[in-house]
Design a protein around this ligand. Structure first.
Ligand SMILES: Cc1ncc(COP(=O)(O)O)c(C=O)c1O
Length: 494
């Protein structure tokens, strides 16, 4: 029951605050944080002592050659992990020639800024065409679909949620907006709720890890401004029942957002290849916006995504205009003011150089590799694949600690994503994994990791208990504080 859960959460938060107010408890928690962060510092700050560090601008500028040498050394160290395919997601293309080409494009356009459309009409041409090509790919051809570029999936989602909030306030007078979202929707939606004071109303997933449509039906109130569905979801790679959810939204005059950040540049090609892909795009009349990330399977450099809307009216609620500012007439389509036009140029260059045939071919290779990995994991008796995903493969274990398996994999160089509720890990398959031998290696290493964990039940591991605790501890404020300490550590300069 949702209200019991909510009551439980509020009670725990209260108990947690009361506990932390006791000095001895607080000191103990602080000591634990310090211990944990000291352990993490070694892996997060490997360059300490290896390269010069700065907390002040150097008095005399350094030699450019030295700076380039240092960066090359860091690149070489970091590249070996993602280049060989040991990473889940993160780098979606990564072939040397493609990267060199994007770098050339960046160099040509490095000074451009679409905020100054008159100075750089090339950039605005690139952006308008990226939006048009993406809309066309996502069922928007011949329809009233418009959009903008953003800096990434999270920004596209934040923009869309702000848009629905403002649209509902203006059109329906809703001042306490609510968003219905599956618990598996990306955290960016919860972030939008926090930033824009929208109430999140969570719905559970079914046995196939897809959003529960009946729960969505029951969750609708006069304050609901938007319903969310993922195609597919980040955690389990499941495609939500977008058709049913968007029909529901349509029938109630509510917005419906398809989060295709991950799948936007895979599913259209998968459908053309004959995979059973449910319709998730603007061909469904109830779908009123879509986020699709060019910097993932669009194979652009990091820093671009597309946000699309049905109808200019919605889009106009995203735009910002200032008419009385002494700085002059000011307007911007997204949160940023100045933006890196070079990234838009590189995105346009990626899309137009790869072309439909290139995307089809890449998708074919990714889906075939993912199928090999999925079937291989299914053959390991101690592991269980969650649902029947196409290219994001989440797996759990009913007999072993999955986080210990993840840790054993990290000792073999693999960087998999640890998830919780339920405890599992996932691999987001990219072109990096389609290189010869990578799928076989991951399956061999997984098999060995399983055997290792089985034969060493006494070993607690280093990160596995942290994951385990973070997944199960009822005091979520403690976990949240720990994550804030982690962010502090990331920004620690010396
Ligand atoms: C389904 C989904 N939505 C949104 C995002 C957020 O994208 P970004 O990390 O580019 O902000 C991701 C990232 O993995 C995702 O998988």
């Amino acid at each position: 029951m949702a209200w019991i859960d909510s009551l439980k959460r509020r009670f725990l938060a209260l108990a947690e605050r009361a506990l932390k107010a006791i000095p001895i408890v607080n000191q103990r928690i602080e000591r634990e944080y310090d211990g944990m962060m000291a352990e993490m510092e070694t892996s997060l700050k490997p360059y300490k002592g290896m390269f010069p560090a700065f907390t002040q601008i150097p008095e005399i500028g350094r030699e450019r050659g030295t700076i380039l040498q240092e960066m090359e050394a860091m690149r070489a160290r970091e590249e070996s992990v993602w280049k060989e395919g040991f990473v889940s997601g993160a780098v979606y293309h990564g072939d040397a020639e493609h990267i060199d080409f994007l770098n050339q494009v960046y160099t040509i356009n490095s000074q451009s800024n679409p905020l100054h459309a008159v100075i750089w009409p090339s950039t605005t041409k690139f952006e308008a065409e990226i939006v048009a090509m993406t809309a066309d790919m996502l069922g928007g051809a011949g329809q009233d679909v418009h959009g903008t570029l953003s800096s990434g999936g999270t920004e596209s989602i934040l923009l869309a949620m702000k848009t629905y909030r403002d649209w509902a306030r203006e059109k329906k007078g809703i001042t306490d907006p609510e968003m219905i979202l599956p618990v598996t929707a990306h955290a960016a939606f919860d972030k939008a709720c926090q930033y824009f004071q929208i109430k999140p109303v969570y719905i559970p997933f079914d046995s196939n890890y897809r959003a529960d449509v009946n729960a969505a039906k029951k969750a609708i109130t006069p304050n609901t401004v938007v319903i969310i569905g993922s195609a597919p979801s980040f955690p389990h790679g499941a495609i939500d029942p977008i058709e049913e959810l968007s029909e529901l939204a349509h029938a109630h005059g509510i917005g419906f957002h398809t989060d295709a950040c991950l799948g936007g540049f895979v599913l259209p090609w998968a459908e053309k290849l004959g995979y059973p892909v449910p319709t998730f795009d603007f061909r469904l009349p109830g779908v009123t916006s879509i986020s699709a990330d060019t910097h993932k399977y669009g194979y652009a450099a990091k820093g671009t995504s597309v946000i699309l809307y049905r109808g200019r009216d919605l889009l106009h609620h995203q735009y910002y205009t200032a008419t009385d500012w002494p700085g002059g007439l000011y307007f911007s389509p997204t949160f940023a003011g100045s933006r890196p036009g070079a990234l838009s140029a590189a995105c346009w260059a990626a899309m137009t150089s790869i072309g439909a045939q290139g995307y089809l071919d890449a998708t074919k290779r990714i889906l075939e590799t993912a199928a090999t990995i999925k079937e291989g994991i299914r053959r390991i008796p101690e592991l269980r694949v969650l649902g029947d995903p196409l290219f994001v493969i989440a797996f759990a274990s009913d007999s072993l600690d999955i986080y210990k398996i993840m840790e054993a994999m990290s000792r073999k160089k693999w960087s998999l994503n640890g998830l919780h509720k339920p405890s599992c890990v996932h691999l987001c398959v990219t072109l990096r994994h389609t290189q010869p031998g990578v799928a076989e290696q991951i399956l061999n290493d997984l098999q060995e990791a399983v055997v290792y964990v089985k034969e060493h039940p006494e070993e607690k591991g280093t990160m596995a208990p942290v994951y385990g605790m973070a997944a199960t501890i009822p005091l979520r404020g403690v976990v949240s504080d720990m994550l804030k300490r982690y962010l502090d550590l990331i920004f620690k300069a010396s």
